[in-house]
Ligand binder design. Structure first.
Ligand SMILES: Nc1ncnc2c1ncn2[C@@H]1O[C@H](COP(=O)(O)OP(=O)(O)O)[C@@H](O)[C@H]1O
Ligand SMILES: [Mg+2]
Length: 255
């Protein structure tokens, strides 16, 4: 596996607060990479800088060696790095298929509504084939014509993944994908992630469910108070003194 996505000395300041402080780590192509750390560690802020939602105060996000930091979100998505749409950002009034169609155009146009309305026929049939393929991949083809808002919780999450998948991503960013899920839904979501990985997609995941993280990830980066704390495989991280200390609250006394 080669380094594919790299975060280098990444820093984000909000006024006087340094939310992410000179953070560096590398994600191998085709791997599932976990980003963990106590609440407020800076994980979501890091995701926001990688996806182009925030422009870093300093530092770089390198994709295949190209600096993508500071690009607009749709430009980052066009290069193959997408974050999943959580249930709150699904279009509840649209059908499952229409949601997936939005995904197929996500990387190319910043305004998805204009994208839908502005399609010519050829554009649309190609997109529809891709959208249906994504729904099939995630076992949602049988609910294709239902309103997204009427789906079960588990199906809505699967649709979030399908929307991302429909855009042909190289890297998928998942921020706490198991939140609010029961064990069965969590297990199904983990299966979906394994399927993405088997399809050659690189996954970067932030998650509190340690059992899921340990079961899924090839490599894990742990951060605390915006800074890099430790890195390694699940076994190594689970037994890392600094990680244990951070999670047990010892880190409260640091700094
Ligand atoms: N937009 C923002 N403006 C000001 N402070 C923020 C903003 N976003 C996050 N923070 C702060 O940055 C720190 C890291 O937050 P966050 O990245 O959400 O942590 P995590 O996802 O690891 O829980 C926290 O102290 C949080 O309050
Ligand atoms: Mg967060």
């Amino acid at each position: 596996m080669t380094d594919f996505l790299e975060v280098k000395d990444l820093t984000m300041r909000f006024g006087g607060l340094v939310a992410v402080d000179s953070l560096s780590f590398k994600v191998a192509h085709g791997s599932i990479h976990g980003l963990i750390g106590p609440n407020g560690a800076g994980k979501t802020t890091t995701f926001n800088m990688i996806s182009g939602f925030y422009t870093p105060t300093s530092g770089q996000v390198l994709l295949r060696g190209e600096d993508i930091s500071g690009l607009q979100m749709h430009e980052v998505a066009r290069r193959g790095v997408v974050r999943t749409f959580q249930h709150s950002t699904l279009f509840a009034e649209l059908t499952v298929l229409e949601n997936a169609l939005v995904g197929t155009h996500m990387p190319f146009r910043p305004n998805i509504f204009a994208a839908i309305i502005g399609w010519d026929k050829e554009d649309r049939s190609g997109a529809e084939a891709r959208a249906k393929e994504a729904l099939e991949f995630f076992g949602l083809d049988h609910v294709m014509h239902e309103r997204a808002g009427d789906l079960s919780h588990g199906h809505q999450r699967a649709l979030g993944m399908a929307v991302a998948y429909a855009s042909h991503p190289d890297v998928v960013l998942l921020d706490e994908p198991f939140t609010g899920m029961n064990p069965e839904e969590t297990r199904q979501m983990m299966d979906l992630m394994e399927r993405l990985k088997a399809d050659g997609i690189t996954i970067l995941i932030v998650e509190h469910d340690m059992q899921a993280i340990m079961g899924l990830c090839d490599n894990i980066t742990c951060m605390s108070f915006g800074k890099f704390l430790a890195e390694g495989g699940p076994h190594e991280i689970r037994n890392h003194p600094a990680v244990i200390e951070a999670y047990l609250g010892g880190a409260r006394h640091v700094a």
